[in-house]
Design a protein around this ligand. Structure first.
Ligand SMILES: Nc1nc2c(ncn2[C@@H]2O[C@H](COP(=O)(O)OP(=O)(O)OP(=O)(O)O)[C@@H](O)[C@H]2O)c(=O)[nH]1
Ligand SMILES: [Mg+2]
Length: 494
């Protein structure tokens, strides 16, 4: 049996650390088996409580599953804080070594982040690769990145993390430079490695920035169109993509594993004569590596420009866990500068078969929406709630469109609510409610103003009306006549 290393250096590398092990079969062929892990952790509390330990380790096991790494066993030490040098105490380290040996594990996975010194200490002790929490999360991201932008973003985050791990002495990445001695005068191997990584980081940042620019152009078009913008945010696996699919005709892949979605998807839906644009992005997790937040900054911007953020939460979890995840999500949203109002949406209510549980949840979160994206329960109420949110910002208007202004009139139909039309000899008189920005855009058609114009000189408005028409065509993104087309454009933002 031959084990292929999980990374460039054991426990730290730019590769997807969750690499498979190739077992050489008797007939000479190779069979791929997933890496096998022993998890180790320092948990608070003097005494061991198996149930509490399981709860603590549940998430790291989910991460392992999402990274296609098989969990074999765990070694837990109860103490206030980890050993600063080796993470585990001497006795527990021996236990970890024995567990790795006995189980045939190929990797020891730490529930928490490790310092470079602690990585070195564990590597010294066990005959296996070592991964810490951030590396594991990065490896899940690496597995699930499909688009070029997503792949580059994950790679950038990996390199950024790697750079922080290289402060320790002797943690050299021998693969860098492909064996060619790239040392400048007086440079150590470590300095060369740092220089090479920094250069790669710089190149990646430039490439990602170029892609982000395209996305921003598409986004600017959306912003200008004044269509209400909604962002989905929330803990990974809460059901954000399932909700996007349920509200729109999107077919974003959905799976019961963490960080299934990395690339943002934007779609539109129509409800009571109004279009809404909604974006699904990458999910959050406790201790989300800040390198990932940095690398995914342009993706996460979607959340910062929305008019409202739907914070999707999993209603089927324990109350403590729900509260902890809410805090994590709120913290990440604050960190990325998302200041839009938030509506808490509890999803997966179909899994709440205990009425008392549901009552307790509703009592704790009375302002939340309760839905099942899978069965459709509560979706109509959610749509109504979204509509009500935007309604509050609507202004009533009374406009007069001369019959020559058909295109501008059509464009209005895509953004107006409660629209009433009346045909008069002067043109179509429209009563409607509009978002503030749209109301300002149509101010020239104000019916009262038109009356006054007609009574006055009269010719000035024609000129102004002509300009308005051209502006509307220019900014309407070819949407005249069909508000839905706005969403079609926006959907182009991958
Ligand atoms: N029972 C039930 N399962 C649901 C519901 N909504 C989503 N799920 C399941 O929950 C899992 C995660 O759903 P996703 O939509 O991929 O979750 P997500 O929030 O987009 O997750 P990431 O993209 O990984 O952050 C999938 O297995 C879904 O089928 C629901 O209302 N009820
Ligand atoms: Mg998703």
């Amino acid at each position: 049996m031959r084990h292929e290393g999980l990374g460039v250096r054991r426990g730290c590398g730019t590769k997807d650390w969750g690499s498979d092990t190739h077992e050489i079969m008797t007939d000479g062929s190779t069979a791929v088996s997933p890496p096998r892990a022993v998890v180790f952790a320092v948990l608070p509390g003097g005494e061991a409580h198996a149930a509490a330990d399981d709860e603590h380790l549940a998430e790291i096991k989910e991460l392992l599953r999402s990274a296609d790494i098989e969990w074999l066993a765990d070694v837990v030490q109860h103490r206030d804080r980890p050993d600063p040098h080796a993470y585990l105490g001497r006795g527990k380290m021996a236990e970890l070594k024995a567990a790795v040996k006995a189980s045939g594990a190929t990797v020891a996975v730490c529930e928490d982040d490790l310092t470079p010194g602690q990585v070195a200490a564990v590597l010294d002790a066990v005959d296996a690769d070592v991964l810490d929490r951030t590396e594991l999360i990065l490896s899940v991201f690496a597995k699930h990145a499909h688009s070029l932008e997503g792949t580059l973003q994950v790679h950038l985050a990996q390199l950024e993390y790697e750079l922080t791990r290289m402060r320790g002495k002797g943690l050299v990445l021998s693969r860098l430079g492909a064996g060619v001695d790239m040392r400048g005068p007086g440079e150590t191997k470590l300095e060369v490695d740092r220089r090479v990584i920094r250069r790669r980081i710089q190149v990646l940042r430039q490439r990602i920035e170029r892609m982000a620019r395209t996305r921003r152009t598409q986004r600017a078009r959306r912003l200008r169109s004044s269509v209400p913008l909604i962002a989905l945010a929330g803990y990974t696996n809460a059901g954000k993509s399932t909700l996007l699919n349920a509200l729109t005709d999107a077919h974003v892949p959905v799976a019961d594993r963490l960080f299934e979605t990395l690339d943002p998807t934007t779609r539109s839906f129509r409800y009571r004569d109004r279009d809404y644009v909604i974006t699904d992005t990458v999910g959050f997790i406790r201790k989300l590596p800040h390198q990932l937040v940095d690398a995914f900054a342009s993706t996460l911007e979607e959340t910062t420009i929305a008019d409202v953020v739907l914070v999707v939460a999993d209603a089927s979890l324990e109350m403590d866990e729900i509260a902890a995840r809410e805090k994590t999500v709120a913290d990440v949203l604050d960190m990325i500068g998302s200041h839009a109002p938030r509506i808490l949406v509890f999803n997966k209510t179909d899994l709440l078969d205990d009425a008392a549980r549901r009552a307790r949840l509703e009592a704790t979160y009375p302002d939340a929406a309760y839905i099942s994206a899978a069965t459709g329960e509560g979706l109509d109420e959610l749509r109504a709630r979204i509509a009500a949110f935007f309604d509050r910002a609507l202004r009533p208007v009374r406009l007069l469109f001369p019959y020559t202004e058909g295109a501008a009139m059509n464009r209005l139909r895509g953004v107006a609510s409660d629209l009433r039309e009346e045909h008069t000899p002067e043109g179509v008189v429209v009563e409607a409610r509009l978002p503030a920005a749209e109301a300002a855009r149509y101010a020239r058609f104000d019916a009262a103003l038109c009356d006054r114009d007609r009574r006055g000189a009269g010719t000035g408005r024609d000129e102004e009306g002509g300009r308005t028409h051209r502006e509307d065509q220019g900014e309407g993104d070819g949407r005249e006549g069909d508000g839905r087309a706005a969403g079609g454009d926006a959907a182009g933002a991958q």
